[in-house]
Design a protein around this ligand. Structure first.
Ligand SMILES: [Zn+2]
Length: 205
């Protein structure tokens, strides 16, 4: 493993991207608030307009904070043994959605957005968080122009897919679930009926 000496972000180049690509990136940025930093999540809620418009101060803050959080997580866990798994929040369902839609219908960050609502929903169904936390996650995702339901998927296919994910260990799916906004934990004991119910709630009509 070799860590980078430096990471450069060119905001001027980011402004040349289509809006949809910006929203897609915001999917992963929201993730950093949920997994590690409740204050950052609140910042995104309170500055949603500035974030969407890529206003200088908001853009610099959200990108710098996301990089700091990623660097903090990765440097504490260089061999991908434990903590780093939290970066996978929202990705278990996202990978199934991407596969079922042929990697065409949804950009990665859009699939992650849907998957994050799914993971929040599972967390609430297991009594780990309140419905109000799920509502906050869902509201911020919608506010930042990202989808919360997937079209073109079935529960049966998605459920099968999650066992083929590279993060699946010994046939057990390692779900990254919420204990609150800003705090997640890994669990491999989520009952099938809970996963299926959360998936069914994420499929658009
Ligand atoms: Zn991702």
């Amino acid at each position: 493993f070799y860590q980078p000496e430096a990471v450069f972000m060119d905001l001027a180049m980011m402004e040349t991207l289509p809006k949809r690509e910006i929203y897609t990136g915001l999917g992963e940025i929201i993730k950093y608030g949920i997994i590690y930093d409740a204050d950052f999540f609140s910042y995104l809620e309170q500055h949603a307009d500035a974030v969407l418009a890529l206003e200088q101060e908001a853009a610099v803050h959200m990108i710098a904070r996301s990089c700091e959080i990623k660097a903090a997580v990765v440097s504490q866990d260089e061999k991908e043994s434990g903590l780093r798994r939290i970066l996978n929040f929202g990705h278990t369902m996202a990978h199934a959605i991407e596969k079922e839609t042929g990697y065409l219908r949804y950009n990665h960050g859009e699939a992650v957005a849907i998957g994050m609502v799914g993971a929040a929903d599972i967390s609430a169904r297991l009594g780990m968080i309140e419905e109000a936390d799920v509502a906050r996650v869902t509201a911020l995702i919608e506010r930042l122009h990202l989808p919360t339901v997937a079209e073109g998927c079935t529960v049966d296919a998605m459920y099968k897919d999650i066992f083929h994910d590279k993060k699946t260990i010994n046939g057990k799916v390692n779900w990254v679930l919420m204990e609150g906004i800003g705090k997640v934990t890994c669990r491999n004991d989520v009952p099938e009926d809970v996963v299926r119910a959360a998936m069914a709630a994420r499929i658009g009509k």
